[in-house]
Ligand binder design. Structure first.
Ligand code: AHM
Ligand code: MG
Length: 340
């Protein structure tokens, strides 16, 4: 009967979140409104990404730039466009007060007439190196509530990841998939383009306890620290009689994390001699993905501590990150502990 139920009783993301929020008697629907504005941003970016390959044909990038570095222009446009759409959608929701975007140097403080209780940190279009060849890219977001009723300040977004009230990503891939957690597990929704609605397709996602895949940019191996190098060596030449792991690396965090969540395994963006803090940004990359991993039963570790315990001091701060299946991350934790 369940197949039938799915076809005629569609669980849209709005309906799902309304159901969840109704468990809290004090809920005023603010979160649902905020989320519907995030969803609008995702739908817009999805449609823009899908048209990007046709840009020359339909004149999306503008006629003036056709000869020169048309590709570069389009790419820049898509990043900037996505950011503008998200910022405007979030501000106009009337539910936000501080926005931090990977695209903007400074945080945006929402003017008082439109101000709400939520702070949103986001990367509007992550995986920029993959745009021009049609490989999956995504949006990542995390949501905090302001600490108190005082004047909003940067401190309201410089909170540890464990304080997030929700986190998620939208992947623009072979289908458009939105994965979100509000702290009670992880759920995945797929955009039905004919309806323009995200429908629940991946209820209560749990990451396998142990996986068979590792995901890392091995081109950086020469500069890795001891534990990272030892771990990857173990993946390739296990000494306990188990089979070697497979390597999968897309270079889009959203796509690599999405596969890790569904299939299990580990995603690494470690520190190296050139970048002692790794590459990925704490607020809008490391925290949301770590939040989702923990909610799905996995772990996220920085090389020093549980990722969600980190207290950021700068909105664009970076951190090394190891996340994925519980047992796989446990191994890397042990290797770092042995270092000390
Ligand atoms: P970006 O914000 O410039 O797109 O960089 C972030 C991306 C992540 O999506 C991905 O995990 C990582 O950079 C890949 O980096 P690298 O090319 O160094 O392997
Ligand atoms: Mg990014």
């Amino acid at each position: 009967h369940s197949a039938d139920a799915f076809r005629t009783d569609l669980m849209t993301i709005t309906r799902f979140v309304l159901n969840e929020q109704s468990k809290y008697p004090e809920s005023r629907g603010d979160f649902t409104i905020l989320l519907s504005h995030i969803v609008l941003g995702c739908k817009f970016v999805c449609s823009a990404v899908n048209k990007a390959g046709l840009a020359k044909l339909i004149g999306l990038a503008g006629e003036t730039n056709v000869q020169a570095s048309c590709q570069g222009e389009e790419q820049k446009k898509l990043d900037v466009l996505s950011n503008e759409v998200f910022v405007k959608a979030l501000v106009s929701s009337g539910r936000t007060c501080i926005l931090v975007s990977e695209e903007d140097e400074e945080a945006t403080f929402v003017e008082s007439s439109l101000r709400g209780r939520y702070c949103v940190v986001f990367d509007p279009l992550d995986g920029s190196s993959n745009i021009d060849c049609g490989v999956s890219i995504g949006t990542i977001f995390g949501i905090y509530t302001v600490k108190d009723d005082g004047e909003p300040a940067l401190d309201d977004v410089l909170q540890p990841g464990k304080n997030m009230v929700a986190a998620g990503y939208c992947m623009y891939g072979s289908s458009c998939t939105l994965v979100i957690s509000t702290g009670g597990g992880v759920n995945g929704f797929t955009l039905d383009p004919s309806l323009g609605e995200f429908i629940l397709t991946h209820p209560d996602i749990k990451i396998p306890k142990k996986g068979k895949i590792y995901s890392v940019n091995e081109g950086n191996a020469k500069n890795w620290d001891g534990p990272t190098a030892k771990y990857v060596e173990k993946c390739k030449f296990p000494k306990d009689g188990s089979s070697p792991k497979s390597l999968r690396y897309i270079g889009s965090m959203v796509a690599d994390v999405h596969r890790t969540l569904l299939y299990g395994g580990i995603f690494l963006y470690p520190a190296d001699k050139k970048s002692p803090n790794g590459k990925l940004r704490v607020l809008y990359e490391v925290f949301p993905m770590s939040f989702l991993m923990e909610q799905a039963g996995g772990q996220a570790f920085t090389g020093k501590q549980r990722a969600l315990d980190l207290l950021p001091t700068n909105i664009h701060e970076r951190s090394p990150i190891f996340l994925g299946s519980y047992d796989d991350v446990e191994e890397i934790i042990a290797l770092y502990a042995a270092e000390e």
